[in-house]
Design a binder for this molecule. Structure first.
Ligand code: GLY
Length: 348
C-alpha cells in the first residue's frame, strides 16, 4: 500500500466528509471501509434538526448542531458540484406534532424551553398543523413548526462524498482495518462509529440500535418532515424526493444486535399511522437496523487521541455534525483553531 498523508478508517458520513475535505486541501488521503456508507449512515433519516431534536441539559450539543447546520447549505452545494449527485437538501422546516393532551403538554414545555434558548419555533393549532401538512390526522392536537431545521438524503450524501473524494484524488480501499499498527500514513483518523473501540480500546463508545422503515408511495405524498409524540413515544416521518418516506426510529441498548424485530416494526407503524393514517396504503419497501455510536455525555469525540485522530461517537447527530466534524479534523491536521473544543477526547 502506498503511503498517504492521511489514512481514514471508516466510510460513514463522518469519515467520508473528513477524507473529502482533507483531499480538497491538497493532502493525499486513503480511506478504508469494506462497504462505505453501509452502516449508521444507511440507517439514518438525514434530519438536520438541532431545533426539534433539542433535549434538556444538552446545550453544548445544540451549539454544535446549530454551527454545523449553518455549514450544510454550502457543504451540500459544493458536494453536489464535486460529486455530481443531488443530495436532496430540503429547507421546508419540521412540523412537530402531539397526539393526545399529555403529548401536547410535553410539546408546550419543549416550546417554552426552545424559546428560552432563543430558537425560532411557531406554535400551531391542530388545524394549522394540517395546513402545514395535509396528510396529518384530524386527531393531531397541535404542534410546532421549526422552520430552521433542514433534511437531506444521507444515502445520496454518502454516494456523492465517495465520488467527490475520488475526483479530488482520494483512494478508497475496500478492506476492514483491524489494527492501527503499521498503517502507511503520517496521520490516522479513526471514524469507525460504534466499532471504533475495537481499534481504540477504552474509548467509551457503545452501539445504540435504531430500527427504521422505508415506505414507498406517490411522489409528494408527504410534503414535509414530521416528528410526532404519540402517547409519549416518539416517531418521525421523513419524505424523499422520489416518494419514499423514512419512518424511524427505535432506541435500543442491545449491543451489536442488528436484527429487525416484529416489535420494532409494529411500534413504528402503530405510532406513524396515528399521525399520518394514509401510510397504511403505502408499500413497505425496506426494514433496516443501524447502530448509532453513543457516548456517556452524548457529545462525539473529535480531536487528537494519543498518536491518532478520532471522529466518532456522534450518536443521533452524525449527519448533522458531519460538515463541522470535517472542518475540525482538517483544522487539526493543519494546526488551525478547533471549532469543536468541547468534543476533545481528552475528557475521557
Ligand atoms: N437522529 C435521529 C435518530 O437518531 O433516530
Amino acid at each position: 500500500m502506498n503511503a498517504s498523508d492521511v489514512f481514514v478508517i471508516g466510510g460513514g458520513i463522518a469519515g467520508l466528509s473528513i477524507a473529502w475535505r482533507a483531499a480538497t486541501r491538497g493532502l493525499t488521503v486513503t480511506l478504508a471501509d469494506p462497504d462505505p456508507g453501509s452502516q449508521a449512515t444507511r440507517a439514518s433519516a438525514g434530519m438536520l434538526a438541532p431545533v426539534s431534536e433539542v433535549t434538556y441539559t444538552e446545550e453544548p450539543l445544540l451549539r454544535l448542531g446549530l454551527a454545523s447546520l449553518e455549514l450544510w447549505p454550502a457543504f451540500a452545494g459544493e458536494l453536489e458540484a464535486a460529486g455530481g449527485i443531488p443530495v436532496d437538501l430540503r429547507c421546508d422546516g419540521t412540523v412537530e406534532v402531539a397526539y393526545d393532551a399529555d403529548d401536547l403538554a410535553q410539546l408546550d414545555e419543549l416550546a417554552a424551553f426552545e424559546e428560552k434558548l432563543g430558537l425560532r419555533v411557531e406554535r400551531l393549532t391542530g388545524r394549522q398543523c394540517r395546513q402545514a401538512e395535509p396528510m396529518l390526522s384530524p386527531n393531531v392536537r397541535g404542534g410546532l413548526l421549526a422552520r430552521d431545521d433542514l433534511w437531506v438524503n444521507p444515502r445520496r450524501v454518502a454516494q456523492a462524498l465517495q465520488q467527490a473524494f475520488q475526483n479530488a484524488g482520494g483512494r478508497i480501499v475496500r478492506e476492514r482495518v483491524t489494527t492501527l499498527e503499521g498503517l502507511p500514513a503520517d496521520h490516522v483518523v479513526v471514524a469507525a462509529g460504534a466499532w471504533s473501540p475495537s481499534l481504540l480500546p477504552g474509548l467509551p463508545i457503545r452501539p445504540v440500535k435504531g430500527q427504521i422503515l422505508r415506505l414507498r408511495g406517490p411522489r409528494g405524498f408527504l410534503s414535509t418532515c414530521v416528528r410526532g409524540t404519540v402517547r409519549g413515544s416518539e416517531v418521525y416521518l421523513v419524505p424523499r424526493d422520489d416518494g419514499e418516506i423514512v419512518v424511524g426510529a427505535t432506541m435500543e441498548e442491545l449491543g451489536f444486535d442488528t436484527r429487525v424485530t416484529a416489535g420494532g416494526v409494529y411500534e413504528l407503524l402503530r405510532d406513524a399511522r396515528e399521525i399520518v393514517p394514509g401510510i397504511t396504503e403505502l408499500e413497505l419497501a425496506e426494514t433496516f437496523a443501524g447502530l448509532r455510536p453513543g457516548t456517556p455525555d452524548n457529545l462525539p469525540y473529535v480531536g487528537r487521541h494519543g498518536d491518532v485522530w478520532v471522529a466518532a461517537g456522534h450518536h443521533r447527530a452524525g449527519v448533522l455534525l458531519a460538515p463541522l466534524t470535517a472542518e475540525a479534523v482538517v483544522a487539526g491536521l493543519f494546526g488551525e483553531a478547533d471549532p469543536m473544543p468541547e468534543c476533545t477526547p481528552a475528557r475521557i
